[in-house]
Write a protein that binds this ligand. Structure first.
Ligand SMILES: *Cc1c(COP(=O)(O)O)cnc(C)c1O
Length: 379
């Protein structure tokens, strides 16, 4: 992916530490043991880290399969030559079943018309196609209700060319340590186990039963079952701000740029759209070519900080699409083209995705997955 320019020739770029990804994968493998399958979730461009590079690293370091959310995401991995099974966790419609079969993706099926379309495509291409079924045990999004599962399987087995390889559900509060949330998670798991017993009693044998996201992988080892599907911890980030990870995680992503202009703003001068900043006294200002058009949230205006000279410089004024400004009065001498770190380490300091998330009133997941394709990823 480092097409053309090397990192030292770049202005604004994302640095992804694939060794960190590998270490995180190995840490999860150590936790789950060798008899549980590991299916890292690389949806949303691998949470902003770059789907193809992360997927290749994950497979090289022992991932058994990969999970994405959309068919198009699976196709991107296939085009890059990735050959392990790829489960599409999100909804895929009837019109997508041709691509699913052609590229050997494993869809999640929760609707009979979609199952029928998949069966027709499987027959047409002479393939036996695997699928997973999702149960809604309390998240309330995609998935069949527990009581719908056995009737659904009875209809599903009548479609030729398709085979239910997996069954899964998703937790809504596995990241929380609150008593009522722990109770809810255990209830979701109990409901899922009841469904498993019902389908076994009805004579169906589904080899891959899975429920564990990152939080459940760490905090509920009893939920590992046949396979775990962690996302955020693969990237070295904790799933919850107030619940310590039980693994040693290494963050993989840094967002870096350079100083594009330095000036002394005279007292009473304003800057940026909306004139949200007016200098009370003479102020040293540096321009950084990063904006919301890169996925750096506009909400960080007047709230965020960046690292220059290993020190914190506050963002002043409004972040625009391509640029932002920082007050560099307290970071020492600043030169044009000098490195600016918006996410990651510089010197002894580090700005974490969790810290940016707290400034932007969101979660670390959104901070990294918001980073747009315009920003080149350097590995
Ligand atoms: C995104 C997703 C995951 C991964 O969640 P993390 O909290 O990042 O580990 C697992 N399962 C499903 C169904 C998902 O959509």
């Amino acid at each position: 992916m480092n097409r053309g320019l090397l990192s030292h020739d770049r202005t604004t770029y994302i640095e992804v530490d694939l060794k960190a990804i590998a270490q995180n994968i190995q840490a999860v493998r150590k936790l789950i043991g060798s008899s549980v399958e590991l299916m890292p979730v690389v949806k949303a461009n691998a949470y902003g880290h770059g789907a193809v590079e992360v997927a290749k690293t994950a497979v090289e370091h022992g991932a058994d399969r990969l999970a994405v959310n959309r068919v198009a995401e699976g196709l991107e991995l296939r085009r890059a030559g990735i050959s392990v099974p790829i489960v599409v966790l999100g909804y895929a419609g009837q019109g997508e079943m041709g691509a699913v079969v052609e590229h050997d993706l494993t869809p999640t099926i929760t609707e009979l018309p979609v199952a029928k379309a998949l069966s027709a495509q499987a027959l047409a291409s002479g393939k036996e196609v695997d699928l997973h079924v999702k149960v809604d045990t309390g998240m309330g999004r995609l998935g069949l209700l527990p009581q719908e599962i056995v009737p659904f399987f009875k209809r599903l087995v009548k479609f030729p060319g398709i085979h239910a390889e997996g069954i899964f559900t998703h937790f809504s509060v596995a990241d929380s340590k609150k008593v009522r949330d722990r109770k809810y998670t255990r209830e979701q798991f109990k409901t899922f186990q009841k469904v498993l017993a019902e389908i076994a009693n009805a004579g169906f044998d589904i080899p891959l039963r899975h429920v564990a996201n990152s939080a459940a992988t760490m905090y509920y080892p009893e939920t590992h079952l046949d396979l775990v599907r962690p996302g955020i911890i693969i990237y070295g980030l904790p799933p919850a701000a107030d619940h310590k990870p039980t693994l040693s995680l290494k963050p993989a992503l840094s967002l870096k740029s350079r100083v594009a202009r330095i000036r002394t703003l005279p007292a009473r001068s304003s800057l940026g759209y909306g004139r949200r900043f007016t200098a009370k006294k003479k102020t040293a200002i540096a321009l950084v070519p990063v904006g919301y058009g890169d996925g750096y949230h506009r909400l960080l205006s007047t709230r965020g900080e960046v690292l220059i000279n290993g020190k914190r410089a506050p963002i002043v004024g409004t972040i625009s699409m391509d640029q932002l400004m920082v007050d560099v009065s307290r970071v020492g001498a600043v030169k044009i083209d000098q490195e600016v770190v918006l996410l990651g380490k510089q010197g002894k300091d580090r700005i974490s995705a969790e810290e940016v998330a707290s400034w932007a009133e969101t979660i670390n997941y959104e901070v990294v997955s918001s980073l747009l394709p315009r920003v080149p990823r350097v590995y």
